[in-house]
Design a protein around this ligand. Sequence first.
Ligand code: TYM
Length: 336
Amino acid sequence: MLDGKKVLFSGMQATGNITLGNYMGALKNWIDLNNDDSYQCFNCVVDLHSLTVRQDPAELRKRARTLLSLYIAAGLDPVKNCIYYQSHVSGHAELSWILNCFTYMGELSRMTQFKDKSAKHADNINAGLFTYPVLMAADILLFQTDVVPVGADQKQHLEITRDIAERFNGVYGDVFTIPEPYIGKVGAKIMSLQEPDKKMSKSDENVNATIYLMDDPDTVIRKFKRAVTDSDNEIRYTDEKPGIKNLIDIYSAVTNKTAGEVEREFDGKGYGDFKLAVGEAVNSVLVPIHQRMDELSKDKAYIDGIIKENSDKANYFATKTLRKVQKKIGLPERVR
Ligand code: TYM
């Protein structure tokens, strides 16, 4: 709790272009959850996590700034939400080191994301890739977080965060709040438009598989028209029709209609009509974001101000937790 409100923390990597999956599984929920002001929110651009894969320096810097602007363009109010870069708050890396000493090799080697990423980057299986979940635990625990809105793929990372926190608290008393994941009912796992049994991903080689948040309206419609479905022509929400199920999920997330309502709306209509409707519904969300991004890109001083102010605020709260932890584990106190 912070100032009588629950704490919400979440973040996104500054690698690649943000996808519709990132928006529906995470960003949209960050915005929706804070509509009624009931949370103190920390929305982080996790640029340190991006280093586990080799990055072009200029490109990383540009993407991190674009992502921070995108948070605002999508609807996060930078006054109510603390929007900042992970690398501007050194407490993340410091707490991560301490928590490394409370995390076991065995539990880290069971992480599915580690296994997937090691297979994908076999030439660069670095220690950062292995301890990635510990830095993520530090991100969350640093702010005494109550709730972490993420997509379904992050569930395992939330579980290990809770395990580390409980282990630490077991030794030193109630130092950390134990965070709860918030995984939305709709949109928690948006699938590839080309292989609907695979998660929609930033790094898919097939450009038609992924909707990027900055795709222009024609591209969005074209990708939805090409979306893989099945040979039947019935719009029904079932695991037997993964392509259609995914399109219904996307349509539901945008329109707030249930799967049943979507089935009824498109009863008797063909896949062509449905795909076009999904594309148009998605564009109705993306176009205003593009307009806002355009405005923000012209206001360098405004974004710089947010970066400065919010990193100060995040540093203040992070330092409070860090000092408490340092004291508990016996590191020497600072002399003023
Ligand atoms: P990242 O950057 O891969 O993804 C950001 C968020 O988007 C969600 N997501 C999806 N949701 C639905 N469908 C999809 N196809 C899809 N793809 C991605 C992810 O679940 C995530 O919520 N490790 C994290 C970043 C992180 C973090 C944190 C998150 C670092 N520290 C602390 C929360 C709290 C990650 O790689 O997310």
